[in-house]
Structures are given as structure tokens and as C-alpha cells.
Design a protein. Structure first.
Length: 167
């Protein structure tokens, strides 16, 4: 499995992923997304998402904004993209230094071609810091992303998880 550090730069990966379904459609109009293609796009999206969200400062909220669908289930609450973006900006201000990584060997991806969607599960290890406040938080979480492929680009349909260790 690739590590998050192999997905550089994250924004380029997101742009590539966003263009992949459209490029396939242009080159082979009758071709549908296969489970294997969707699994690879979902895995790449999950790595690129954590890489982008790990960048410092408020720019990270901008980097991940367009990866979400118009309405998302975010840790059990339905929010629209603008509400989620505002929440991400607040979090980035509170914790300006962040690092999230999928723990090697923990990612699983299951896809349903009929629904044009995949579920990515992993354990992530994270660290967030606010140097001005002298605060640091770290731990591990179970992490899930639901990724849809019905539109012109992959989008996150839901994000959920729970902390399993604070270290």
C-alpha cells in the first residue's frame, strides 16, 4: 500500500482524480466504471484527502473543499458544502499544524458498481498542534470515507469515524 507521503502534491492528485472519469468517458464513451477502477480511485482519493488536510493553516480547508459532494453526512450530521467548509476553516484556525496518515496495512476498499460508490476504511494516526496556545493533540481513529462516482468527478459522500486511542 502506498503511504500518504507518496501522494505529492495532494492537489495535483485531486485534480488528476477529478479528471479521470471524464477522461475515460471521452476516450471510451460506452465504458462504465469497473469495481477495480473505482477501488483505485477511492484509495487514491483517501490518500490525497489526508495529505491535503495535513497541510498547515487555513489553506487546507480550501484544498479539500471541492472533494465533498453538495450535501455530506459528516460524523453523523448532514451538512451542505458551505457549512462543512466553514467547520473545516474553524478547525484549521484552532489547530493550524496537522498531520494525518493512514496506518499502513489497515486500509480496505469495497465498491458497489451498481451504486457507483466505494467505502474506504482505515485506521489513521494523527497529530494536531496549536503552537500559539502550546496545545498538542494526538491519537488514532477508525476512519471511513464514502466516495461516489456517479458524477463527473469522485466526491466524498460521507466521512465518519471515532477516536480509538489518545496518545
Amino acid at each position: 500500500m502506498p503511504t500518504a507521503s507518496l501522494v505529492r502534491p495532494a492537489l495535483a492528485a485531486l485534480a488528476l482524480l477529478s479528471a479521470a472519469p471524464a477522461a475515460l468517458a471521452q476516450s471510451a464513451p460506452a465504458r462504465e466504471n469497473t469495481a477495480a477502477l473505482m477501488r483505485q480511485w477511492a484509495e487514491d482519493t483517501a490518500y490525497a484527502y489526508l495529505e491535503a488536510w495535513s497541510s498547515s493553516g487555513r489553506a487546507a480547508a480550501n484544498d479539500v473543499r471541492d472533494i465533498y459532494g453538495p450535501r455530506v453526512s459528516f460524523y453523523g450530521r448532514f451538512v451542505d458544502r458551505s457549512g462543512l467548509y466553514a467547520e473545516k476553516r474553524r478547525f484549521a484556525r484552532r489547530w493550524p499544524v496537522r498531520r494525518y496518515e493512514h496506518r499502513p496495512g489497515t486500509m480496505t476498499v469495497s465498491c458497489t458498481v451498481q451504486n457507483q460508490a466505494c467505502l474506504v476504511r482505515s485506521i489513521i494516526d494523527w497529530r494536531a498542534a496549536a503552537p500559539a496556545r502550546g496545545a498538542v493533540s494526538r491519537g488514532s481513529s477508525r476512519f471511513e470515507l464514502g466516495i461516489g462516482f456517479a458524477g463527473p468527478k469522485p466526491v466524498v459522500l460521507f466521512e465518519r469515524g471515532r477516536v480509538i486511542d489518545r496518545g
